[in-house]
Design a protein around this ligand. Structure first.
Ligand code: ADP
Ligand code: MG
Length: 249
């Protein structure tokens, strides 16, 4: 039996091993040059397919997450602040809290690094295979408001609902009317015990009630958000202010 290289590539494609299919000529050449055993050859082929697929998946998840910028937890200087310890940072990175659908609330004034840490955790979660979505609060409200009549928002909302980790950045900087609070409640209720949420806010949870308007809905939302939650209070001086460049010397 002799099958030409191109036919062989076609067979791999039919079997949906498209990564190996396009790499096959190179892999065959390597196999001959380095005298791979059958076992080695097979291992190389299959590992290649698996690794390329995972890389592509990661790229896709990264695109979907819609981070406004990418800064990792390694970029975050723990010595610049007093609120988070090395140990807490390790636990955040280990993602057990995410596996157990815990929420995380990062509180503190502007500039202390809440968004940076949220993005850093999001990047780490993507690295570990989770699906993540980053949403500034204003954008989330627009998506909720328009999801009934625009397809784009509907698709985004479905993607939010399928994510393992949803980052809602700058919660409650706008007051909501009853209809908005209701839609927000439905989303939180859907995500409850199914995904993890990271919230960042410069207002404390006892002020969230006011902004949510209706007291009944506010209580229902807070119940779900705060049921299984880790709260990190960051009260340091703004990193931006401390490290700003000045034109005055
Ligand atoms: P917040 O969301 O709390 O307002 P940001 O996350 O936007 O603050 O942080 C403001 C800027 O300062 C960002 O560029 C961020 O990367 C940087 N920053 C804040 N804290 C630190 C830190 N401890 N180490 C490194 N960069 C930091
Ligand atoms: Mg922020």
């Amino acid at each position: 039996m002799y099958t030409g290289l191109e036919e062989l590539q076609q067979v791999f494609k039919q079997l949906r091993l498209s990564e190996v299919s396009s790499e096959l000529p190179l892999l065959m050449r390597q196999a001959e040059q380095q005298s791979w055993t059958y076992h080695e050859f097979l291992t190389h082929l299959l590992t290649f397919e698996v690794n390329r697929r995972e890389e592509k998946n990661k790229e896709k998840r990264l695109k979907w997450a819609k981070f406004p910028y990418q800064k990792s937890l390694e970029d975050y200087d723990i010595n610049e602040q007093k609120s988070i310890t090395e140990r807490q940072m390790k636990q955040l990175k280990a993602m057990h809290w995410l596996e157990q659908q815990y929420n995380l609330i990062l509180l503190g004034p502007p500039g202390v690094g809440k968004t940076h840490i949220a993005i850093g955790i999001g990047l780490e979660a993507i690295e570990q295979g989770y699906q993540v979505m980053f949403l500034p609060m204003g954008e989330l409200m627009t998506i909720l408001k328009t999801s009934e009549y625009t397809r784009k928002s509907q698709i985004t909302l479905n993607r939010i609902k399928q994510s393992d980790l949803i980052i809602i950045d700058d919660l409650m900087y706008i007051a909501m009317d009853q209809r908005e609070a209701n839609q927000f409640f439905h989303l939180i209720n859907h995500l409850y015990e199914r995904s993890s949420i990271i919230l960042t806010s410069n207002k404390s949870p006892d002020q969230w009630g006011e902004l949510l308007g209706d007291e009944g809905i506010a209580t229902a939302i807070l119940d779900r958000l705060l049921h299984r939650v880790e709260v990190i209070q960051m009260n340091d001086e703004s990193y931006r202010m401390k490290n700003r460049e000045s034109v005055f010397k």
